[in-house]
Design a protein around this ligand. Structure first.
Ligand code: 1GP
Length: 252
């Protein structure tokens, strides 16, 4: 079974999947190891690892520590091609389709392709869309792109449709790390109902209720980073897992 098939099975079995995002730039190895080590017991289905900007020389060593600490799939969620590492199972092969910056539409993908092949990573072709979330976010700033207005679900919807026609396997609706407002529920349902692709939703999700509402609107996978990345809190991670796994309850 491929990694992507495993993820689809999670969605089928549990209602939706829970991705814990760990940022190897913002956290030291010990902290990342603690979080990655407890994730599986707390109901996390996969670890996403990446950052919008790398400011530490330890980035790749920290990715290796995450991989060592967990038996869960580790999926790279790279801000650019320099974050591609052999210490993972797969990679969200992102194209920033909401933007019109060739660097993030195709250039980084071309630079990264030989590494993905050499490391044997499973690429998951992903149409990545930034959604306006109240204030400027690092990903919008770094990518030099304008997010889709949050009250224009029809724009997100046609981007998702195009992503499917271009062969992408999933779309990611991204409000941005630490966003003040998560992606609107109406936008999640507009995209999920129309494009037919599994929808990943992340950015600014702090409360289990926010995650549950987005699963109810059709999200297949929920990404949470900031809220759970602080002091390791197994109860908070489990609570989030329970909210996302609408057809099964995690016990801890
Ligand atoms: C950011 O979607 C992710 O790329 C997760 O965002 O850190 O705000 O949960 P948060």
């Amino acid at each position: 079974m491929t990694l992507f098939e495993r993820l689809l099975k999670v969605r089928q079995d549990k209602g939706a999947g829970f991705f814990l995002l760990l940022d190897p730039d913002r956290n030291d190895a010990g902290h990342l190891t603690d979080l990655a080590g407890m994730a599986a017991h707390c109901g996390v289905d996969a670890i996403l690892a990446g950052s919008s900007l790398v400011t530490t020389a330890d980035f790749h060593d920290r990715l290796a520590e995450i991989k060592r600490a967990t038996a869960l799939p580790v999926i790279l969620f790279p801000g650019n091609s320099t974050q591609i590492s052999p210490h993972a199972d797969g990679i969200l092969y992102l194209s920033l389709i909401s933007g019109r910056n060739p660097q993030y539409l195709i250039e980084e993908q071309v630079r990264g392709a030989p590494l993905v092949k050499e490391y044997g990573l499973e690429p998951i072709p992903t149409g990545y869309m930034l959604i306006e979330s109240g204030r400027p976010t690092a990903v919008a700033y770094v990518s030099g792109t304008v997010p889709i207005p949050r009250d224009k679900p029809e724009i997100a919807r046609v981007h998702a449709l195009a992503a499917g026609y271009m062969g992408m396997k999933t779309v990611y609706l991204e409000a941005g790390s630490g966003a003040s407002e998560p992606v609107p529920v109406e936008m999640v349902s507009a995209v999920a109902d129309y494009g037919g692709l599994p929808v990943i939703v992340g950015g600014g999700i702090r409360l289990p209720r926010q995650a549950e509402e987005r699963v109810g609107a059709g999200a297949s996978f929920i990404v949470v980073g900031n809220r759970l990345e602080g002091k390791p809190d197994p109860a908070a991670i489990s609570e989030m897992a329970d909210a996302i796994h609408t057809t099964v309850k995690t016990t801890i």
